[in-house]
Design a protein around this ligand. Structure first.
Ligand SMILES: Nc1ncnc2c1ncn2[C@@H]1O[C@H](COP(=O)(O)OP(=O)(O)OP(=O)(O)O)[C@@H](O)[C@H]1O
Length: 297
């Protein structure tokens, strides 16, 4: 479990994070979203022990991260938003270099590299890092973050700038890191659909403040209700008029937008008992994008 309690970060008088608190249970994927400058990278760097908060407490298991950031680094893999790789190295050379930093033996680095390259479906064919595509480079950076098999992964925009297929591959990879390898993953992303799909819980940051942290269902409840689009046919207009005021009628098909499930139930019952037919009911849940747009900056 990672636990952040009242974390604030002041950059020379500018409050980039303001009293942020949350718990991350083990083996989960947690997303941080927010507009540009909301404080995501700052929070991730603090969570990775790379910069110290101005105040607050942070623990990972029994490690006090603020007092002992080096102890956390042994058990954490950090993926920066942009990772500069050593262009003239091969993938294997690069991963060995980082394995040595973690005091791994050459044999264990080799075995671990092979496993990661296989799992990430990365075959560089002996090319140098500078010759790889963007997606391949991102996979190398991900492999580097995992070389020492850490329990905690802190990833800043893991799929930013990647094509949809590579992006999906990395999403699936992260999902398997959680479910098969029991990793705890904290990530930020501007791809809100990916966050919705992937994350167990999501934090919305706005100008350094934590506006919400919960499952997508909890956020939906907080940020707006579900509505329903219903389409139906009936010969009995009076019964419809007795239940709803606003609807469209086109080519004999009624359509209405309802924000109350009781009204929806009354309407569907009335349509059926009038001998009519429900053609379609669509539920609409507010997306993360709609929530962020609603919040504004
Ligand atoms: N080293 C720094 N010194 C001063 N201000 C900083 C520093 N790093 C970040 N900031 C400021 O803190 C705020 C939060 O920045 P941060 O990079 O954490 O936001 P972000 O949510 O990751 O943004 P983006 O989505 O654009 O990457 C911004 O206003 C930024 O200018």
């Amino acid at each position: 479990m990672m636990r952040a309690n009242s974390i604030s970060k002041d950059y020379d008088g500018f409050l980039a994070l303001d009293n942020v608190s949350f718990d991350l249970e083990d083996s989960g994927i947690f997303g941080i979203v927010g507009h540009n400058g909301a404080g995501k990278t700052t929070l991730l760097k603090i969570m990775a022990g790379l910069i110290a908060p101005s105040s607050g407490e942070l623990t990972a298991g029994d490690i006090d991260v603020i007092k002992n950031p080096d102890a956390l680094k042994q058990n954490l893999g950090y993926l920066p938003e942009e990772s500069r790789l050593y262009e003239t190295m091969t993938v294997e050379g690069y991963l060995s270099f980082f394995g040595e930093i973690y005091n791994m033996t050459p044999e264990s680095v080799k075995a671990r590299s092979n496993e990661l390259l296989h799992d990430l479906s990365l075959d560089a064919g002996g090319k140098k890092l500078g010759e790889l595509s963007k997606g391949m480079k991102r996979k190398v950076a991900i492999a580097r973050s995992l070389i020492h098999d850490p329990s905690y992964l802190v990833y800043d925009e893991p799929t930013s700038g990647l094509d949809p297929m590579t992006s999906r591959y990395i999403s699936e990879f992260l999902r398997s890191m959680k479910s098969d390898k029991k990793k705890t993953i904290l990530l930020s992303a501007h791809n809100l659909y990916q966050v919705e799909e992937l994350c167990d819980r999501v934090m919305i940051l706005q100008r350094g403040k934590e506006v919400a942290f919960g499952t997508m269902d909890e956020l939906r409840e907080q940020f707006g209700s579900v509505y329903y689009i219903v389409e139906f046919v009936t010969e009995d207009k009076d019964v419809i008029d007795s239940i709803i005021e606003n609807y469209d009628l086109s080519a004999g098909i009624y359509s209405a937008k309802l924000d109350n499930v009781d009204t929806l139930n009354s309407l569907t019952a009335a349509v059926s008992s009038s001998g009519g037919r429900i053609r379609k009911i669509e539920s609409h849940y507010p997306s993360l994008e709609e929530m962020l747009l609603k919040l504004g900056r």
